[in-house]
Design a protein around this ligand. Sequence first.
Ligand SMILES: Nc1ncnc2c1ncn2[C@@H]1O[C@H](COP(=O)(O)OP(=O)(O)OP(=O)(O)O)[C@@H](O)[C@H]1O
Ligand SMILES: [Mg+2]
Length: 254
Amino acid sequence: MARRKKLYEGKAKILYEGTEPGTIVQYFKDDATAFNAEKKDVIDGKGVLNNRLSEFFMTGLTQLGIPNHFIKRLNMREQLVRAVEIVPLEIIVRNVAAGSMAKRLGLEEGTPLPRPIVEFSYKDDSLGDPLVPEEYIAAFGWASQQEMDEIVSMALRVNDYLSGVMYGVGIKLVDFKIEMGRVYEGDFPRLIVADEISPDSCRLWDMETGQKLDKDVFRRDLGNLADAYTEVARRLGVMPSNVTHTPTKPTLIN
Ligand SMILES: Nc1ncnc2c1ncn2[C@@H]1O[C@H](COP(=O)(O)OP(=O)(O)OP(=O)(O)O)[C@@H](O)[C@H]1O
Ligand SMILES: [Mg+2]
């Protein structure tokens, strides 16, 4: 069998050419990075968890009629998705002040925001994905004004869905980041949710204890990242509770 073509290798995923035109295989790696890849590690089982969790959230969006790239899961680490032309923006929705916003505005992490706030950063690792005002986006042609309206309304719908699902399992959705892309139907582009939705791209706090169940566990050395993601998956009923992330390795028997 011919080897499939690798299209791109990023920090968390590898993209391969899909089985049919217009499709891509996303392979979820175990690599964890933070602070623009200054901090790196390999977390056994992370890729398997994120593949499953992204499938779960994207399928939920489909059920609500929110278009997204997910087609089907292929195996533990791979899913087939629709190829899109990525809009070069990270679309961030915040419900509670945390991370860069808390720092920028001098707010205490955990301060509830008066309403969900959508913000954008320009996807460019060499610039550290800078926050950009909407004015820049139209001016530089990263997305049209009409697309921006759609992006904001879709991002808020994703926020409603995700906050509801997480609330149901005792987790507060503090913020998240999504990417969107264009698919062409004839000459007309349509926007769909792409990339991934997983604890790598959300802030998730346990509602009772405040325990962090997302990538901040890795960023801030708060414990075992795979354990945190496994807890999210377990609560959502995504992974059977008897499956652990611990890989089977050869063991020496004395
Ligand atoms: N459906 C899709 N079609 C085409 N590209 C996609 C799709 N979904 C996600 N991507 C892109 O695939 C890449 C996924 O790899 P990964 O998340 O590891 O990248 P990354 O290291 O975060 O880097 P960056 O997002 O800056 O390229 C991203 O560049 C993302 O924008
Ligand atoms: Mg990425």
